[in-house]
Design a protein around this ligand. Structure first.
Ligand code: F6P
Length: 324
């Protein structure tokens, strides 16, 4: 199929670098003589016909800005027969030959279902701070979010050390502990609690008491929001019942999703954007751009949504001795 008009949208949780990626897509598409169209609010805009033409100037001065100028949404109606039919009708009406969607797991699950009903080529780009997709070592926004957490925890450590306190810090990651693990290692957290591992309150209390015996008077416990212990507040409460120490809780929340993309996110977003356009022009469909540590690859979209994304075994091992 001859691709002449490419539509792009962002979907799911926003992540720093989405705008940089959009800029790369639009300018790459234009350089090949294609037209670029933005769909506002992800699948919601596809259903409601919110299509906007994108020129080289539409994406000027956005590469350094967090969030997404196309806005984003988590659409429930897209997952209905009616929603998909409406979306398809609008794509046809606007003469779209190929689609690029930047998002996470939910975005690609939607694309896989949508592609069963129509044959418009689709390429996905991983954009989520969670870094939790199968088939890629990297998702846009992860590095920026990590740096935001590091900055916050470095500050909390000043107070923790000055007051001899234990801080429980909750970071994002509903299903994946990737962000918490990397953040915990990068911040020198004493404990890292992950959805992938069972949280044992007694064991945690003993470890914190042991730290005290080793003359550590302050600690950071990094908690992934999806931890089975029920989040930082609940875990801190349970610990407090068994260990009478000065304990505080900080939930970093959506601050982790905003901010100017880091250098790494800008480069990765630019790479993914260009590869996605070229993939469409080369006749690819139902693929996601992935990073294998060296170069951008194209991964089957069905693999990307499989949620087989084991955590780094070495980092899991290191966390056991780094807090001594
Ligand atoms: O998927 C990205 C993510 O930031 C998760 O880590 C978090 O659980 C979720 O989005 C929060 O979503 P919302 O912005 O809809 O509250």
């Amino acid at each position: 199929m001859n691709i002449k008009k490419i539509a792009v949208f962002t979907s799911g949780g926003d992540s720093p670098g989405m705008n940089t990626c959009l800029r790369s897509i639009v300018r790459c598409a234009l350089s090949y003589g294609c037209e670029a169209v933005g769909i506002m609010r992800g699948y919601e805009g596809m259903i409601h016909g919110e299509f906007v033409p994108l020129t080289a100037r539409s994406v000027s001065n956005i590469m350094q800005r967090g969030g997404t100028i196309l806005k984003t949404a988590r659409s429930k109606s897209f997952f209905t027969q009616e929603g998909m039919e409406q979306a398809f009708g609008n794509l046809k009406k606007n003469g779209i030959d190929g689609i690029i969607g930047i998002g996470g797991d939910g975005t690609f699950k939607g694309a896989v279902e949508f592609n069963k009903l129509n044959k418009i080529p689709f390429i996905g780009i991983p954009g989520t701070i969670d870094n939790d997709l199968s088939g890629t070592d990297y998702t846009i926004g992860f590095d920026t979010a990590l740096n935001t957490i590091i900055d916050a925890v470095d500050k909390l450590k000043d107070t923790a050390a000055s007051h001899d306190r234990i801080f429980f810090v909750e970071v994002m990651g509903r299903d994946s502990g990737c962000l918490a693990l990397y953040a915990g290692i990068a911040c020198g957290a004493e404990e890292i609690l992950l959805p992938e591992e069972k949280t044992d309150i007694d064991k945690l209390v003993n470890k914190l008491k042991d730290s005290l015996h080793r003359r550590k008077t302050s600690s950071i416990v990094m908690v992934a929001e999806g931890d089975d212990g029920g989040g930082a507040y609940k875990i801190a409460q349970e610990v407090k019942k068994k260990f009478d120490y000065d304990i505080r809780v900080t939930v970093l929340g959506h601050i982790q999703r905003g901010g100017n993309p880091s250098a790494k996110d800008r480069i990765m977003a630019t790479r993914f954007g260009a590869v996605a356009v070229e993939a469409l022009l080369n006749g690819e469909t139902n693929k996601m751009t992935g990073w294998n540590g060296h170069e951008v690859t194209l991964v089957d979209l069905r693999k990307a949504v499989k949620q087989e994304n084991p955590l780094d075994k070495n980092l899991l091992r290191y966390k056991e001795f780094l807090s001594l």
